[in-house]
Design a protein around this ligand. Sequence first.
Ligand code: MRU
Length: 351
Amino acid sequence: MGSDAETLRPCRWTGRALALLDQRALPEEVRWIECADAGTVARAIREMVVRGAPAIGIGAAYGVVLAARRAWRESAGRWREAMEDELADLAAARPTAVNLAWALERMRAAARRASGDPAEALLREAQAIHEEDIAANRRMGGLGAKLIDGRCDVLTHCNTGSLATGGYGTALGVIRSAWRQGKVESVYADETRPWLQGARLTAWELVQDGIPVRLLADGAASFLLGRGAVGWVVVGADRVAANGDVANKIGTYALAVSARHHGVGFMVVAPSSTIDPDCPDGGAIPIEERSPTELLQLGAQRVAAPGAGAWNPVFDVTPASLVDALVTERGVLLRPDRARIRELLAASPAA
Ligand code: MRU
């Protein structure tokens, strides 16, 4: 049992389509968007209807089910080739979160194994990806909570909860588990400019859980850490390189520098599907840059001086040397590095 937010699933298969909780409308409105084809799923990912690395991968997996259904209906003899354009569209929807490419590769492998009408087999694979993510989050919740000693406040960034995943959450999953164990006094949540995932989404989830949450402007985090008020900074990841460098929401790097400076633990929580063994280090991670308009305006309202431009990278890279703990469903790595990550990935998933 858990609160509505804890058990919320932002991606739902309706039996004939993918329903996505429109995260752009939260917290004002709970609105679902039905995607009946892969193109609509790709657009929903691009436009942030669904966001958060694992949730993007899960949405794309269901998108492949829709693509295969159409391809089989229209050209049963060559359905695999007939869905290639849609798969490419899904893959290109957002570049940084590796869970997207990872989920598409799993769906391609399932497509290679399928015989006859592939719809059922692909739906089973998408649902397995979804269920495995929730199970991984629950396991990481327990492993991460163990690292928190005593009772403290924690600081988190962006939204890493049920909304960003199959359900329960990565960093927010750890916070949920630690709260249950009486280890969390309260949560500070960065508002997370410019999409305000912290203010709109993390606060929405935590309030529903009854976990005390205070927002802070992103720029206030170092001041807070300097006051000794926070026991751990707990964040998610969009891609972890083979050497342990971590791409996550813009502002994460500054938090890691500040946490190290002030002697506060810095914990990254991510399922192994977020680790990219083919990416040697953070310098090779593609960093998404979004429209300057997202900074120049607040919603539809212009806030910047007319004539000003803007640079809007939406992720940054934290060097592995600043990460105290990497929590995955396969285990915890203290001070992750290339060798430890290789060992973790080589271990059996059930280990
Ligand atoms: O741009 P977003 O909202 O998709 O970014 C999300 C994040 O950066 C999260 O911290 C990350 O995906 C890890 S959450 C499971």
